[in-house]
Design a protein around this ligand. Structure first.
Ligand code: FO1
Length: 318
């Protein structure tokens, strides 16, 4: 176990699914050796505040302060500021709790002083006492824009929260990705990691934005044998959110195999749930090793078991 504990592990992360995986990973690997590269294409500017939902979900979860009912925002939250916004008929469909607003105030102020998102993310996670290295995919603005079947373009949170992702989508693009640079440590960390994990986050709106940043996909391709992706689709269903519907609307197969096809160029190993065991052959035919595991992380011990199984498998290959 010492060998596992001292491995350097990089995890490509969206929000809730990735946060759960990290809660398990910190029980298996020294947190100082873990880096979370986090999607920031869901970020938004609202009420003049810079909000980074996936970074905050990961930070609050690892700090054991996440709201357990929603999976986002803080526990023991108050809503008095939002109540005021509602009273003024302001924008209140994206709910910001009183404590959470403090994070956005601090982040926005530091960015206005010239700090990078990487700097502020480090400052915030350090104040929460976290040892895991949490870095945004880029310090440059990249924003997910979805086009509806009716041709309307929507910012990601308009689609996801305001419209409850209950609208048909025909296209997803990541505005700004052509010129965005990866956060400075991202590529060296990927190139030097013992293992790289792709969390069971939404492949189309959480992981794809990270892969769209210059150099990241190439770096992963060069490390394909050390990259393991975990399916966020189990038994044809998404564990959370609109992944199933999005895959279908954009003509992918909504199955573990469908997700494996998306990652086949960058991941040498793919983890599927025991419920999808029958897909093993199809995945191996894609040129990927296939691990069958219990991937439903109902608590951090289950997440740790999953991480232990994935990492031991990789160590045994060496
Ligand atoms: N998700 C919601 O469904 N409704 C909300 O009002 C909402 C507010 C919110 C505030 C801060 C934050 O960090 C996340 C928040 N989320 C909310 C979650 C967020 O929209 C999504 O989970 C992610 O962007 C997708 O990973």
């Amino acid at each position: 176990m010492t060998e596992l504990n001292s491995s350097n592990v990089v995890v490509l992360c969206g929000g809730v699914g990735a946060a759960k995986l990290l809660q398990g990973l910190v029980k298996v690997v020294n947190p100082e050796h873990i880096t979370a590269i986090v999607n920031t294409a869901d970020d938004l500017s609202l009420h003049g505040l810079h909000i980074s939902p996936d970074i905050d979900t990961i930070t609050y979860t690892l700090a054991d302060e996440i709201n357990p009912e929603t999976g986002w925002g803080l526990k023991e939250e108050g809503w008095r500021a939002m109540d005021m916004v509602t009273m003024y008929d302001g924008i209140d469909w994206f709910r910001l709790g009183d404590r959470d607003i403090g994070t956005h105030l601090f982040r926005t102020q530091r960015l206005s002083e010239g700090a990078s998102l990487t700097d502020v993310t480090h400052e915030i996670k350090t104040k929460w006492g976290l040892k895991v290295n949490i870095i945004p995919m880029s310090d440059d603005p990249v924003r997910t824009i979805v086009t509806t079947a009716k041709g309307e373009e929507l910012n990601f949170q308009d689609y996801f929260v305001r419209l409850s992702h209950d609208v048909e989508i025909s296209e997803i693009r990541f505005e700004g990705h052509q010129t965005a640079q990866p956060t400075p440590d991202a590529i060296p960390l990927i190139l030097n990691a013992d293992m790289i994990l792709i969390a069971p986050s939404n492949p189309l709106v959480s992981i794809a934005p990270i892969l769209s940043i210059n150099g990241i996909k190439n770096a992963l391709q060069s490390r394909r044998d050390s990259v393991t992706a975990i399916s966020g689709i189990v038994n044809g269903q998404a564990l959370k959110g609109p992944a199933k519907r999005l895959l279908e609307e954009l003509s992918y197969e909504a199955s573990a195999n469908g997700v494996a096809r998306i990652y086949r160029d960058i991941a040498g190993t793919f983890v599927i749930d025991s419920l999808d065991k029958s897909e093993t052959n199809r995945i191996e035919k894609l040129g990927m090793r296939c691990i069958v595991a219990d991937t439903i992380m109902t608590n951090s011990d289950k997440a740790a078991d999953l991480c232990r199984q994935i990492l031991s498998d990789k160590m045994n290959l060496k």
